[in-house]
Design a protein around this ligand. Structure first.
Ligand SMILES: [Zn+2]
Length: 206
């Protein structure tokens, strides 16, 4: 039996191989070899955390995409923040809410980290803020949703990155040690997703 770690490395290599078909130049200009340890985000230096932050997000449900410089010199830029709150709104309940800047930081750090390895597709937001009514509707429909979901507080998002296996994505986010991580594996063509939130540090499989 291969170890879990070997499986993760393999899926990462497969992800990278998938990307090779297209953006060879992007890969060539990034680090040429597969990452020695994708999950060692604790080894990031201060340079990583202090540079200006741009988030590139896609909302598959509506087709909206926003690429925004939202943080610079230690401060969240208000106009970009408002646009990100709009993008992360409840698209069913048609309401937006203040999104926890710590959640944006996790999304940004995840994207910035994988970009180092040539993965530059927008990060897909399947679900961001949810009204209590929308959350209740999901529960009634049998969709995985907690009764006291942090989605209702603007502190959670369900995400995926094209061509990156959910487990690799989830393990990376977990390595930031910033909150909860839920792994939702689905064998369908559209794949699974990762839940990330700014609550207590914990992880689960749903
Ligand atoms: Zn979620």
């Amino acid at each position: 039996m291969p170890t879990r770690r070997q499986l993760l490395k393999k899926s990462l290599l497969l992800s990278a191989a998938g990307l090779c078909a297209g953006p060879r130049l992007a890969l060539a200009s990034a680090q040429p070899a597969p990452p020695p340890d994708l999950f060692d985000s604790q080894a990031l230096d201060i340079e990583f955390w202090v540079k200006p932050r741009t988030l590139d997000l896609l909302r598959p449900a509506t087709g909206e995409r926003s690429k925004l410089l939202y943080w610079k010199d230690g401060e969240v830029l208000d106009s970009a923040y408002q646009q990100l709150c709009h993008l992360l709104r409840d698209v069913n309940g048609k309401q937006s809410a203040a999104i926890d800047p710590k959640l944006l930081e996790t999304l940004w750090a995840t994207q910035a980290y994988v970009a180092r390895f040539g993965m530059s597709k927008p990060l897909e937001i399947l679900s961001g803020y949810r009204t209590a009514e929308s959350n209740q509707r999901l529960i009634e429909q049998g969709v995985p949703a907690a009764r006291k979901s942090l989605h209702m507080e603007g502190r959670a998002a369900d995400i995926r990155i094209p061509q990156l296996h959910e487990e690799v994505l989830g393990e990376l986010i977990r390595s930031f040690r910033q909150g909860g991580v839920g792994f939702y594996y689905r064998p369908s063509a559209s794949g699974g997703w990762i839940h990330t939130d700014t609550g207590l540090q914990r992880s689960w499989q749903g």
